[in-house]
Design a protein around this ligand. Structure first.
Ligand SMILES: Cc1cc2nc3c(=O)[nH]c(=O)nc-3n(C[C@H](O)[C@H](O)[C@H](O)COP(=O)(O)O)c2cc1C
Length: 392
């Protein structure tokens, strides 16, 4: 998810460092905009390092404006979270002020907005603060209720910024109805490697991004997820059962063992189709001239799962990576591999799905075909689940 984090000048601004870390750890993209007040409490540099993006602090900063203009920044996020939100910021935002980068970006954005008010209890309870919060609520802004407890000013009462997990849950709740609650979903992602000797292998450019996105979004939609992954540089998603595999045979074993416990299998992996007939245990020395290696077929995992289907088998979703005639080849593959649904995506050329953050293609089911317009793999994953949920 692409999250724009607005930080305003409250004492709880120091907690935003932990929040950015938590967002990054679960794979979100984060951009930070700070008010001038916020920079008194935590440095933009800290947030720049943690978010791995430059931090906006000044509406009229020509350098930042040339990197990503405030209008592009307003269009960029899936969601805007302002945490902590000061009484002053809430007053300005509720009254339509655009007198700094944060309020200007908010004014220019159509993304959903959440704010987490955090302040001294008396400030929070002041009628005008409550009135401003209510105005924002009526305008469609989601308000994250402040926690109660001991505040930085040593008063005890409402006004504390909730901890990161509560803020993250509030962000997720905006997007995800629990449409997959109660479902157990098994997803295979990434490439496999077939070694010729300990130093050389046959593989493919799959990064696992599509499968990981499907796993994360299934989790967000309430499913219990098991991810079987070939070698991938992506961070291991939290909250799911993770099984790491290396070869196509490993992936085959993991998937066939896990399959009976699941309601859905998504084969988003790109297992190597071939392996060396002989795998050498010792590294072969480099010699001049040609080298001929005999390859044999690895197991066709999707075909096996399709051929061994029964009425009680999981709903089977295959993937087709095709360089041409995407829809026709995808339709034929769905029937050939006996899948309930198949996602056809393009490889090669300018819209190559391999390794890209974006994807496009078709969801092909027996009764309908839905086109997936080009979008981030996260958004594509959400669309796929929204389409498949009716078929499960
Ligand atoms: C030490 C200190 C702590 C503060 N903590 C808060 C706070 O937690 N919440 C709040 O609404 N204002 C707090 N303020 C007041 C804001 O910093 C002040 O209203 C400022 O104008 C906010 O600017 P901004 O909303 O543009 O970030 C604090 C001020 C100081 C000096």
């Amino acid at each position: 998810m692409k999250i724009l984090l607005g930080i305003t000048g409250g004492i709880a601004a120091y907690k935003s460092a932990a929040l950015v870390r938590a967002l990054k750890k679960r794979g979100d993209e984060v951009r930070v905009v700070m008010t001038a007040g916020a920079t008194e409490f935590i440095t933009p540099l800290t947030l720049q390092v943690l978010s791995e993006n430059s931090v906006g602090t000044d509406l009229f900063d020509p350098t930042f404006e040339s990197q990503i203009g405030h209008i592009d920044l307003a269009r960029w996020p899936d969601v805007i979270l302002v945490a902590p939100a000061t009484a002053n910021f809430i007053a300005r935002y509720a009254n339509g002020f655009c007198d700094d980068l944060l309020t200007t970006v908010l004014a220019a954005s159509t993304s959903p907005v959440l704010i987490a008010p955090a302040m001294n209890t008396q400030m929070l309870l002041k009628e005008r603060t409550q009135r401003n919060i209510e105005t924002l609520r009526m305008d469609g802004v989601k308000i994250i209720a402040p926690d109660s407890g001991e505040l930085a000013c040593k008063e005890v009462g409402a006004g504390r910024l909730p901890d990161s997990p509560i803020l993250l849950d509030a962000v997720d709740a905006i997007f995800f109805a629990p449409i997959l609650e109660g479902k157990k979903i098994l997803i295979a992602a990434g490439p496999t490697r077939e070694f010729l000797d300990p130093a050389r292998f046959l593989s493919n450019p799959s990064t696992g991004k599509m499968g990981y996105a499907l796993a994360k979004e299934a989790l967000n939609f309430g499913a219990r997820v098991t991810l079987v992954s070939g070698p991938s540089a992506l961070p291991k998603p939290s909250g799911i059962t993770f099984i790491s595999v290396l070869t196509t045979e490993d992936m085959f074993i993991a998937l066939t063992q896990q399959a009976p416990q699941n309601d859905v299998i998504v084969m988003a992996a790109a297992p190597a189709d071939w392996k060396a007939e002989v795998q050498l245990e010792q590294k072969e020395a480099k010699v001049e001239g040609e080298k001929i290696v005999r390859f044999v077929r690895t197991k066709d995992i999707l075909k096996h799962l399709g051929e061994h289907k029964s009425d009680s088998s999981p709903f089977l979703v295959g993937f087709a990576a095709e360089s041409h005639d995407l829809l026709e080849r995808g339709k034929a593959k769905r029937i050939r591999k006996k899948c309930d649904a198949l996602i056809a995506n393009q490889i090669g050329g300018k819209n190559n799905a391999f390794g890209s953050d974006d994807n496009q293609g078709f969801v092909i089911c027996e009764d309908e075909v839905v086109e997936l317009e080009r979008d981030t793999k996260t958004q594509i994953a959400r669309r796929i689940w929204n389409i498949l949920v009716d078929k499960l």
